[in-house]
Design a protein around this ligand. Structure first.
Ligand SMILES: Cc1ncc(CO)c(N)n1
Length: 224
């Protein structure tokens, strides 16, 4: 029931402090200035490859729940195309890091990765279309914003620069804008109560986005 632009502004104001915390995190500042230790980057890419497998499934659930056929097609295409492009990038980065996507797939899914993908799965399976969109929106939005922010300075490390380029790329900005448009429309078509649930799902996902960087920085493993 809220106007689209107003709703987008509300969603961003909910998560902006998390975006600022991400930009200030040593993982991100290290990507930009090239000081991020390679093991932390490898941990991140390895866990992100696990993440993307479930993320693709979650996007198909968004497609299934969508009310409008454009949204069905959009989420199905992101699940198949956009995620595949990221997996290709990851396979290339893993090769440059001296390993392979197959070997990375054998590394256990670490606690934060499991928590985040479980959160997305639960939001999409159990929630409404609005809640499912709320949960996936920060995945797009924060990466698009982080990529754009980092591109301004680039990175002296060629692998980190390549990663930054992928998310600053207009194609990633385009898919993000498509989902923002869908989010604004579903809010407009939803009740005030559902808008609140959608914003809660988005805030939770944004918190996991922060934790995901932090887990890589800490080289998180299962303590037991
Ligand atoms: C954890 C995470 N969030 C968002 C994206 C962007 O799709 C990604 N690759 N990984």
């Amino acid at each position: 029931m809220t106007d689209g632009n107003q709703f987008k502004a509300a969603l961003w104001s909910d998560i902006e402090h998390i975006y600022q915390a991400i930009l200030a995190h040593p993982f991100i500042t290290g990507l930009a200035d090239g000081t991020l230790p390679r093991p932390a980057f490898q941990h991140f890419i390895t866990q992100d490859a696990h993440y993307l497998r479930d993320y693709a499934r979650v996007l198909t659930l968004c497609a299934t729940k969508a009310a409008h056929e454009e949204d069905v097609a959009m989420f199905a295409s992101h699940s198949a195309g956009a995620v595949a492009a990221e997996q290709e990038l990851h396979a290339w980065l893993l090769a440059e890091l001296g390993t392979t996507a197959d070997d990375a797939a054998d590394v256990p899914v670490m606690p934060t990765t499991l928590a985040y993908t479980s959160y997305l799965m639960a939001s999409a399976y159990r929630g409404s279309y609005a809640e499912a969109v709320g949960a996936v929106l920060p995945c797009y939005w924060l990466y698009a914003r982080v990529g754009t922010h980092l591109r301004a300075a680039g990175s002296p490390d060629p692998l980190y620069a390549r990663w930054i380029e992928a998310y600053a790329d207009p194609s990633f900005q385009d898919v993000t804008n498509e989902v923002l448009t869908a989010a604004a429309r579903v809010a407009w078509e939803s009740s005030a109560g559902m808008e609140i649930l959608m914003r809660q799902r988005s805030l939770g996902a944004a918190r996991y986005e922060y934790l995901f960087w932090d887990a890589a920085w800490r080289l998180e493993e299962w303590p037991v």
